[in-house]
Design a protein around this ligand. Sequence first.
Ligand SMILES: NC(=O)c1ccc[n+]([C@@H]2O[C@H](COP(=O)([O-])OP(=O)(O)OC[C@H]3O[C@@H](n4cnc5c(N)ncnc54)[C@H](OP(=O)(O)O)[C@@H]3O)[C@@H](O)[C@H]2O)c1
Length: 294
Amino acid sequence: MSVDPYMRGRMNDSKSYVPPFELGKVLDGGAVGEVVESRASTLKPGDVVVSNFGWREYFVASPEQLQPVSPEIQPLSAYLGALGMTGMTAWAGLNLVEVKAGDVVFISGAAGAVGNVAGQLAKLRGCRVLGSAGSSEKVNFLRKQCGFDAAFDYKTGPILEQLKLAAPDGIDVYFDNVGGEALEAALSVLRLHGRIIACGGISLYNDEKPRPGPANLGNIIGKRLTMKGFIVSDFLDRRPQFVQEVGGYFKAGKLKNEETVVSGIEQAVPAFIGLFAGKNVGKMVVNLRSKPAA
Ligand SMILES: NC(=O)c1ccc[n+]([C@@H]2O[C@H](COP(=O)([O-])OP(=O)(O)OC[C@H]3O[C@@H](n4cnc5c(N)ncnc54)[C@H](OP(=O)(O)O)[C@@H]3O)[C@@H](O)[C@H]2O)c1
């Protein structure tokens, strides 16, 4: 099963694009698993399906609530990462701001599930790709394994200074996963007609009071910037194109599915909380298999 930052928002009793979790009810979220018993003609034991029935080891569902996927893709958790919701977020976000060859793209939260795939896809499109992440291990992962042209640890100094060093001539696109200081720095270094894709703002999710916005929003006017927000679920009808393009890269060995796996449902809560402390490289997933794989 998947644990995701957006689940934090579901723990607030407020109106959003997804309803809050309810007290006394099982949580839900993305999961991939095997059918063990079936009364439906379209599914048989052993079939692999993606569902929204995470946070539990077994469940009963109707076929309409399940999406069959090929068992040939391994590990199956790739359907929660590069080939799943987070990979599709990276792909849809890049498309929305029309990322193209030659663009200089800066990605925050770059070593996470969305960020590392966004960076790899931008490289495949011929961009110069820069990333920020919260440790030297993650910076090395971005440079050495994901092909980023430059990466820095945002915890070691002001983001603006580090970004200016990585992009002395500015950036064309900012893929925002974290908000806050990173957004403010990006606003300062974006070039004329630059684009911001507002994907997430994890640095703000645990705030009890809203923080004042970036002090330099005026850059949007002077530099004629565009800032676009989106929610991946609005793009489900484009799944076939996503599967063809991103699935094709994965099968051809051009796209890596990095993940951090913890085992056992009792580890699901620490894994979720760990997202806010940077405990994951790539997609954070929880393996619910009761016995180790044979
Ligand atoms: N718009 C959509 O439809 C959509 C869909 C999926 C995800 N998202 C958003 O995309 C972002 C990334 O999601 P993900 O699933 O890929 O999660 P993720 O990046 O795999 O995991 C969260 C990462 O955020 C970083 N982080 C935590 N607290 C931070 C802070 N205070 N400041 C800066 N970075 C912090 C940590 O990495 P470090 O070690 O680098 O700090 C952590 O590993 C989130 O904001 C999420 O809400 C949006």
